[in-house]
Design a protein around this ligand. Structure first.
Ligand code: SF4
Ligand code: SF4
Ligand code: SF4
Length: 271
């Protein structure tokens, strides 16, 4: 083939979007040639039938949330593209916010849980900053709309990204009701203060998001945010009744973000 893998995917993906036979183009390739990339599990890999996360807001304050965000973003080479306070070249700070790349960030209650608000909400909820991330939904709309299978759901529930398959169409961003995906409008590399050489950097024109630290789980490590959280974030197997996540869910009232939309999020919040 006279074109590289990503160029092929871009053409096949666009032809799929336009209804011009892109599926046939995918089928022309030998089996396995375009399989999405993921980390091969090492012998000590953590395993689960269904990964899930519980965030215990009784143990989460702003300092802890910041530690978790730093851990995630340093581990995964997420660039720090700060939102400017003033307009630049006629573009408002709000509009420039689209340049921001975020895998883990914080939201107020009314942004994190809009369907769960009411006039007599507990006072403490108005003062909390909720760490939010991709919910690794059981029924992920982002996966359904992706024309190249750059985003896909693993059997253990992780919703993954293969940056090499991403053609930057941003359909997944429109489909995700949580704002969990960011698009690289600029080359992210100049915005990295430090580079973790053990994790790839991205390029302009691809979407990225939290991957539940699949690369660490494949090596037997907990997600970086969980490790940094001092027990406020718990990761485990929802299918195992003896797991810590199941224990916490049994013993506490929990919320999920925008559960009414039907994507079935798998990040739970103890409030
Ligand atoms: S939170 Fe958004 S990006 Fe993550 S799986 Fe759900 S729909 Fe997809
Ligand atoms: S931008 Fe999203 S929908 Fe488009 S190819 Fe990339 S992952 Fe798939
Ligand atoms: S699970 Fe991993 S990728 Fe996701 S927010 Fe936590 S540290 Fe980041």
């Amino acid at each position: 083939m006279g074109i590289n893998r990503r160029e092929f995917l871009r053409l096949a993906g666009l032809s799929t979007l336009l209804g011009l036979g892109g599926k046939t183009a995918f089928e022309l390739l030998a089996p396995g040639q375009l399989e999405a990339q993921t980390y091969a599990p090492e012998p000590n890999a953590l395993k689960a039938k269904r990964w899930a996360m519980v965030i215990d807001m009784r143990k989460m304050d702003e300092k802890t949330a910041q530690k978790c965000m730093n851990a995630c973003h340093l581990t995964h080479n997420v660039p720090n593209i700060a939102q400017p306070k003033e307009a630049v070249a006629g573009v408002s700070p709000e509009d420039q916010n689209r340049f921001r790349i975020k895998w883990l960030w914080t939201e107020d209650f009314h942004n994190a849980f809009p369907g769960d608000e009411h006039a007599n909400l507990a006072e403490k909820l108005h003062h909390m900053k909720f760490p939010v991330l991709c919910n690794h939904c059981d029924n992920p709309p982002c996966v359904r709309v992706c024309p190249t299978q750059a985003t896909f759901r693993r059997p253990d529930g992780m919703v993954m990204m293969d940056m090499h398959r991403c053609i930057g169409c941003r359909y997944c961003m429109a489909a995700c009701p949580f704002g969990a995906r960011s698009f690289n409008w600029k080359d992210p590399r100049p915005y990295l203060k430090e580079v973790n050489m053990n994790y790839p950097t991205r390029e302009i024109g691809v979407v990225e998001k939290c991957t539940f630290c699949d690369e660490r789980v494949a090596k037997g490590q907990l997600p970086a945010c969980v490790e940094a959280s001092g027990g406020a974030m718990v990761f485990g197997d929802l299918a195992d009744p003896k797991s810590k996540v199941r224990e916490l869910l049994r013993a506490n009232f929990t919320l999920r973000r925008k559960a009414h939309l039907g994507s079935n999020p798998q990040v739970y919040y103890i409030v």
